[in-house]
Ligand binder design. Structure first.
Ligand SMILES: Cc1cc2nc3c(=O)[nH]c(=O)nc-3n(C[C@H](O)[C@H](O)[C@H](O)COP(=O)(O)O)c2cc1C
Length: 185
């Protein structure tokens, strides 16, 4: 566990390592980040998701969802996404800004093949997610490949806050080739 950071690159690499761990370790806080979109009415919308893929080289992240979910409509309107993860053991807050793209159909057939059967029912709910229903279980969960999509997050900025002996904060931006700057925490 790091107590204090003096080196921007070290902090940046550390944060990516923790984020990537979420894609393989179900107990990692990065397994279940919160993502934020701009709601159609202008109100913020936040929800928990599963982090499916993270790649430091391309600075990209992936989340799976139902193409009929509200967030997809919102992203069609405004592709900007926020992601938040708090790592309590490492005392690190990660705040990400990204531009999303939606992948669907044949281009994601390979990823669909890897989705376990019990998870495939998350893509195809009838009526569509968010519809008012008469009673709590008044819905069905058929498996529908055509409802499966991937939200790819192309990361633009990463804001890190570390609560060490002394607190540190740093901002890393794609436009600066991720070189980073210290910020007053
Ligand atoms: C632990 C947990 C994991 C979740 N994972 C996902 C996910 O990977 N993808 C997803 O679309 N929704 C996931 N959800 C449901 C979302 O939080 C949300 O309720 C749903 O996607 C509808 O959101 P929307 O109306 O903003 O589109 C998860 C919920 C929980 C509690």
């Amino acid at each position: 566990m790091k107590n204090e950071f003096y080196d921007l690159k070290e902090l940046y690499e550390y944060a990516w390592r923790l984020v990537i761990r979420g894609t393989v370790d179900k107990k990692s806080p990065a397994r279940h980040p919160t993502i934020g979109t701009n709601g159609i009415s202008g109100m913020p919308e936040l929800r928990t998701v599963v982090l499916r893929h993270a790649d430091q080289k391309t600075a990209s992240l992936e989340v799976h969802t139902d193409i009929k979910s509200k967030k997809i409509e919102e992203l069609g309107n405004n592709p900007r996404v926020g992601m938040h993860i708090w790592f309590p053991t490492n005392k690190l807050q990660v705040r990400i800004k990204a531009i999303s793209e939606i992948q669907k159909g044949d281009e994601i057939k390979e990823q669909w093949e890897k989705v376990p059967n019990e998870s495939r029912v998350s893509y195809g709910t009838l009526p569509t997610p968010g519809t008012i229903i008469k009673s709590s279980f008044d819905y069905e969960k058929p498996v529908k490949f055509e409802r499966f999509c991937i939200i790819k997050l192309n990361v633009e900025e990463i804001d890190l806050t570390h609560l060490g002996n002394r607190h540190t904060r740093a901002l890393f931006a794609k436009t600066n080739n991720w070189s980073g700057s210290w910020l007053a925490p």
